[in-house]
Ligand binder design. Structure first.
Ligand code: SF4
Length: 248
């Protein structure tokens, strides 16, 4: 599938070298047909980066990273992120290492990749680790975008609340973000945890009957959308652990 490196350079979170690979032809049950963007360490495969904690460069302080350990295989312990590293991230990294992707630079060329498409900022990895001019270019002629960040308050992170949903893991975190005019995306343990008047359930979720996809919905575009915040019941292979984390 056509994919391009649209950034290779230091992470805004720790200065380590990272890449952003934009995939232009994709299909995903929940997101629909969007330009997908993988944010990866340039020098270590995603599973090893998770295990050793070197995924800080692309995930920062996200609590769903789990606990690093000094074993010689597997990912971090108790990782609760819904992204399965052995799928997209590992294959994109392997293709990068094989030299499959070309590098696209400059505002006009990156803008052309997103033109007329919906963009998913951070299919894996946190978009706030990447200089904002990359997303400015990719989204300038796009029909919209989705973006989420766990990096509010982290030194150097490019967390524009007009672009990103603030990822919240508790009602208290969400309330603090709402008080600053931010919109949140909150993983919850049960539909009863939705805060009435502030949040709605993601319409693409199982609980809402999968009635749309992100490319058609587009609500997760930070405060650029005048809409309620979004909540979703923990899902994916780590759903049980994620529910325990957000319920704690
Ligand atoms: S609220 Fe809309 S954009 Fe956000 S995750 Fe759900 S379907 Fe996607």
């Amino acid at each position: 599938m056509p994919s391009h490196i649209i950034y290779q350079g230091p992470s805004l979170l720790d200065g380590q070298e990272i890449i952003v690979v934009a995939q232009t032809k994709t299909s995903n049950r929940k997101t629909g047909d969007m330009v997908q963007t993988y944010i990866l360490r340039a020098d270590i495969d995603p599973i090893s980066a998770s295990r050793t904690g070197q995924d800080f460069s692309i995930c920062g302080n996200c609590p769903h990273r789990g606990k690093a350990h000094d074993g010689d295989k597997g990912q971090a312990k108790d990782r609760t992120c819904y992204v399965t590293l052995a799928h997209g991230p590992r294959s994109v990294y392997a293709a990068f290492k094989r030299g499959v992707y070309d590098t696209v630079t400059g505002h006009e060329a990156i803008k052309a990749i997103g033109k007329g498409r919906m963009v998913r900022i951070g299919t894996y990895g946190d978009g706030a680790a990447v200089p904002s001019y990359i997303w400015d270019s990719l989204c300038e002629d796009a029909t919209g975008w989705t973006a989420y960040t766990h990096q509010n308050g982290v030194d150097g992170a490019a967390t524009d609340p007009k672009r990103f949903m603030t990822s919240a893991d508790s009602k208290a975190e969400a309330a603090a973000a709402w008080a600053m005019g931010q919109r949140t995306f909150r993983v919850i343990a049960d539909v009863a945890d939705v805060v009435a008047g502030k949040e709605i359930l993601c319409p693409a979720s199982d609980e809402m009957g999968k009635r749309t996809t992100c490319d058609l919905c587009g609500l997760c575009a930070g405060a650029s959308k005048k809409a309620k915040s979004i909540a979703i019941v923990a899902h994916g292979t780590s759903a049980k652990k994620a529910k325990a984390l957000v319920a704690a």
